[in-house]
Design a protein around this ligand. Structure first.
Ligand code: URA
Length: 275
């Protein structure tokens, strides 16, 4: 019998970087500042001879993308017309305002699976390759882990599962805030139709978009937050937790996700007190 192959250094480094990225780390800093240009290790960038350095292009933001507000308005109008979950699914399928639809996803939108009257709505980041093929959210390896966790918490028959965007981001990249904002009226309409008692926000990209927060998932997870509708008229308790794809890479973190699920289940099962 041959010994199991050791993971290569590249795989180990990749997994570690993915861990930090999921945790919200987006830059590497030394304890002490170190000016590499001053130290002569890196030459400062020089404009080509005879030409002044061009100003760096502004990073795209929600505000400087003119088509975002038009797409959001169209999504709001289409979502508002849907009075049940089937009609909302049809509206999403007909919606052409989200660029992801044209960036390599299969033609079908990935909307939801589960019960349309569920007390718990699970909101992930966006469909991956398996979901794109199947037309249902969370059906790949990460989804199978999510299902096992929901089953262990007795939640299988009590969930409506969806995502912040309905088409697969190319290469499984994180959906942009603009893509999430464009799909948000449909997510919000799903919440209005299903009327869950609470939300489980799976992964940093979901938690940040739904709660409009900048913190990483490691700081958001495990405590209750308040989700608010865009008009501020509706609120729901929301529990952010670690993404199952992250848990597949970092199994030691499963106990934290499990603790989050137990906190959520305890509140979900608490009898409603009459006012
Ligand atoms: N990851 C998600 O966030 N959503 C899915 O549907 C699948 C994987």
């Amino acid at each position: 019998m041959t010994a199991a192959a050791e993971p290569s250094n590249a795989r180990i480094a990749e997994s570690l970087l993915a861990f930090w990225a999921d945790a919200g780390v987006d830059g590497m800093l030394l304890d002490e500042t170190f000016d590499r240009i001053e130290a002569g290790k890196v030459a400062p960038p020089q404009p080509p001879p005879g030409r002044a350095a061009a100003p760096a292009p502004a990073a795209p933001t929600l505000r400087n993308q003119p088509d975002v507000s038009a797409a959001v308005a169209q999504a709001q109008a289409m979502a508002a017309e849907a009075t049940d979950i089937e009609a909302l699914g049809a509206a999403i399928a007909a919606f052409e305002g989200c660029g992801l639809r044209f960036e390599g996803a299969a033609s079908q939108a990935v909307f939801y699976r589960g019960r349309a009257d569920a007390p718990l709505m699970v909101i992930g980041e966006g469909p991956g390759a398996d979901e794109d093929r199947a037309g249902q959210p969370f059906v790949g390896r990460a989804g199978q882990l999510l299902d096992r966790m929901l089953a262990a918490a007795g939640l299988t028959e009590r969930v409506f599962i969806t995502n912040t965007v309905f088409w697969r981001p190319p290469g499984n990249r994180t959906p942009t805030p603009a893509e999430q904002a464009i799909c948000a009226p449909f997510v919000e309409r799903a919440i209005a139709i299903v009327k869950p008692k609470m939300l489980l926000l799976v992964g940093g990209a979901s938690a940040k978009a739904m709660l409009k927060k900048e913190e990483g998932i490691l700081s958001l997870r495990g405590r209750w937050h308040e989700w608010r509708s865009a008009d501020g008229a509706h609120e729901l308790p929301a529990m952010p937790t670690l993404h199952p794809a992250f848990l597949l890479r970092q199994p030691a973190a499963k106990k934290r996700a499990w603790a989050d699920l137990l906190t959520l289940t305890e509140r979900l099962d608490r009898p409603d007190r009459p006012d």
